[in-house]
Design a protein around this ligand. Structure first.
Ligand code: SAH
Length: 368
């Protein structure tokens, strides 16, 4: 077999971005008769997303001619790892390069009987949240569904964690909390979610997949209707004045609208509210009480996140006593409020830090 020429490689479509409907349509184009399409789709889903095959030749339950046609049209290539950093606590952070040379971050965070894969949905971000490092990068572009799913396939390769292996899974949860605002890239994120949730493929349950948003209200409704995965909302402030400043998206969809969308979110499922604690900004006992009131009639859990500092941010992380006090006020009202222990501090695991560090190093090399 000849390896495809570089031009042909570029023209091939990444198959990991196709959900079942798109796969069936692709098979129709390749001339697979209607009565066979459902079975062939399942065989591909099981091979690519359950067993993790990386070569169409390994799909041995398909006829050889179909394998060849698939290989000519599609690719199973993964994003390319640029750096991998392993923290002492088991956290692994990868900087991945996409086909056009752009870079994104994917993080695996083990612990507490589960393993969470944190994936990106955009290159850069438009939100400009005051404390977030990714907000200092311009939005470059949305990721495709294939690039979103590609991060999961890459991690399962690295961790030898394909569902088919039969071993206890290392990646038990997937969270859209990497770079970007997933609900500003709704179509690709929704397609990626359908692929992650396909029971014959990757087989994640809805309860184990979380989309985190700064509050794109209309898309929250749509996500609830169409996918019903778990929702996390990046809150960070208990009132509009401060939230306008910390999360500028709040000016478009203020707290009253955001909280109404959370109340409408289906399934009576617990919603996680992320709250980054910033010293002297949003960490006062009065803020905890205001937060308690805001969340009073919701099935809510609060993730308290000690601010992960980055150079030039202008924010500081409160001390432990202050964090404990904030937490106690929420828990006294029956709101679960775990303090998320900082993971992988030694490897710059805060959003966007690895990518900007890589860019800085390149600039230094060019300047030298
Ligand atoms: N745009 C989406 C998803 C990406 S951000 C959203 O806003 O939810 C995911 C989380 O990263 C945010 O909730 C925020 O809490 C956290 N985060 C960003 N910068 C941080 C920092 N410097 N320290 C701690 N957490 C941070």
């Amino acid at each position: 077999m000849n390896a495809p020429a570089p031009a042909a490689e570029a023209a091939r479509v990444p198959l990991p971005g196709l959900d079942r409907a798109a796969l069936a349509a692709a098979l129709e184009e390749l001339g697979v008769p209607g009565r066979q399409r459902r079975m062939r789709t399942s065989q591909i889903v099981r091979g690519v997303f359950h067993r993790g095959v990386r070569d169409f030749a390994a799909l041995t339950d398909l006829p050889a001619a179909l394998r060849a046609r698939l290989a000519a049209r599609f690719t199973l290539a993964r994003p390319a790892p640029m750096t991998a950093r392993h923290a002492a606590d088991g956290t692994v952070k990868w900087l991945l390069r996409l086909a056009d040379g752009r870079e994104i971050e994917t993080v695996f965070i083990p612990g507490g009987g589960r393993g969470t894969l944190c994936i990106s949905s955009q290159v850069g971000c438009t939100l400009s949240c005051a404390f977030c490092h990714t907000g200092t990068m311009p939005l470059v572009r949305n990721l495709s569904a294939a690039e979103i799913v590609g991060q999961v396939l890459f991690a399962l390769d690295e961790l030898a964690d394909w569902p088919r292996s039969g071993r206890p899974r290392r990646v038990t949860n997937v969270v859209f909390m990497g770079m970007g605002e997933p609900l500003f890239n709704y179509e690709a994120v929704a397609t990626a979610l359908r692929i992650l949730l396909d029971p014959e493929g990757l087989g994640f349950s809805r309860r184990k997949v979380t989309v985190s948003t700064a509050g794109v209200v209309p898309a929250i409704d749509r996500l609830g209707r169409e996918l019903g995965v778990r929702l996390a909302v990046s809150l960070h402030a208990p009132d509009d004045a401060r939230r306008d400043r910390l999360v500028p998206l709040n000016r478009k969809w203020p707290l009253a609208e955001l909280m109404a969308a959370c109340r409408r979110y289906p399934g009576g499922r617990m919603i996680t509210f992320e709250y980054v604690l910033l010293e002297g900004v949003n960490d006062a006992p009065a803020d905890a009480r205001a937060l308690r009131t805001l969340l009073a009639d919701l099935p809510a859990k609060v993730n308290l996140i000690p601010f992960n500092p980055w150079p030039g941010s202008g924010f500081r992380c409160p001390d432990e006593a202050r964090i404990r006090r904030f937490r106690r006020i929420l828990e006294e009202a029956g709101i679960e409020a775990p303090v998320r222990t900082p993971r992988g501090r030694d490897i710059l695991a805060a959003c966007g830090q690895l990518r900007t560090a890589a860019e800085r190093a390149r600039r230094r090399r060019r300047a030298a």
